[in-house]
Ligand binder design. Structure first.
Ligand SMILES: NC(=O)c1ccc[n+]([C@@H]2O[C@H](COP(=O)([O-])OP(=O)(O)OC[C@H]3O[C@@H](n4cnc5c(N)ncnc54)[C@H](OP(=O)(O)O)[C@@H]3O)[C@@H](O)[C@H]2O)c1
Length: 221
């Protein structure tokens, strides 16, 4: 089973995904700017669950060490930290797949679409990291509220965009490992649309007074 680094995995979205993948059987490393914070977060997560339900491993490290030791990585940091975080990880990520979960929200107006200078965070990630890293955009429409209880069944699909077929297949595998259906949603440019759906969902959550609306694709058997 592959080792996956969840960079910025101490946060709400990354922790929820990390725990689900470790339960499925992946070796997961939670990354942080602080190795101590990562280790603390792992201890908290392990205290919340039944250890026998963990088929894989869960450990914590500094982002750079996590990216270096893992086969592939997932990025879950706020958009404001996206460029700086990736700029420091170009070499450790070389030859790997990076799953970018980042949504370019512009607080406090998080319920309206904001296109960043590069049109999508995932397109910017590919530009920062260069061709030696295969970027795939996924999970941007999955609410952390839905992930927090690792035993809870998440009722949504995961749209997956990349210019690399192997990277798309890997992200679809990760979606399934976390209990969701992964959908091939085309090339990385399509991440412009997928990232833009998140502020729409945040609006829907507020308007209908719900917590974790999500996306479902119909018509696929
Ligand atoms: N929350 C959701 O429901 C949700 C749903 C879909 C997509 N997303 C997207 O997923 C990403 C993460 O969301 P989140 O809610 O998990 O975010 P978060 O909890 O606010 O932050 C995640 C982690 O990012 C790191 N971080 C924060 N500020 C940073 C900075 N200035 N520089 C470097 N690292 C920093 C922190 O890790 P350390 O302090 O340990 O380094 C933090 O624990 C965002 O882009 C968000 O839009 C979130």
């Amino acid at each position: 089973m592959k080792t996956i680094a969840v960079l910025g995995g101490t946060g709400k979205e990354g922790s929820g995904l990390a725990l689900r993948w470790a339960r499925f059987g992946y070796e997961v490393i939670i990354g942080s700017r602080s190795a101590e914070k990562a280790t603390r977060r792992v201890a908290e997560l392990l205290a919340e669950i039944d250890h026998p339900s963990l088929r894989g491993g869960l450990q914590g490290m500094a982002n750079e060490d996590a990216a270096r030791q893992a086969d592939h990585a997932v990025l879950t940091v706020p958009y404001s930290a996206h460029r700086a975080t990736l700029t420091g990880l170009i070499q450790p990520l070389e030859g790997k797949i990076l799953v970018d979960v980042t949504v370019p929200l512009q607080p406090p107006k998080v319920r309206g679409v904001h296109l960043p200078p590069g049109q999508a965070a995932a397109l910017e990630a590919q530009e920062i990291l260069g061709d030696a890293v295969r970027v795939v955009a996924a999970f941007q429409n999955v609410s952390a509220e839905e992930l927090v209880d690792a035993a809870h069944e998440v009722d949504c699909d995961v749209l997956v965009c990349s210019d690399d077929g192997e990277a798309r297949s890997f992200a679809i595998e990760l979606a399934e490992a976390a209990g969701m259906r992964g959908i091939d949603a085309g090339g990385l440019r399509n991440a412009i649309a997928v990232e833009s759906l998140t502020p729409v969902l945040l609006h829907i959550n507020r308007h209908y007074r719900i917590r974790g609306s999500g996306v479902r694709i119909t018509g696929i058997d």
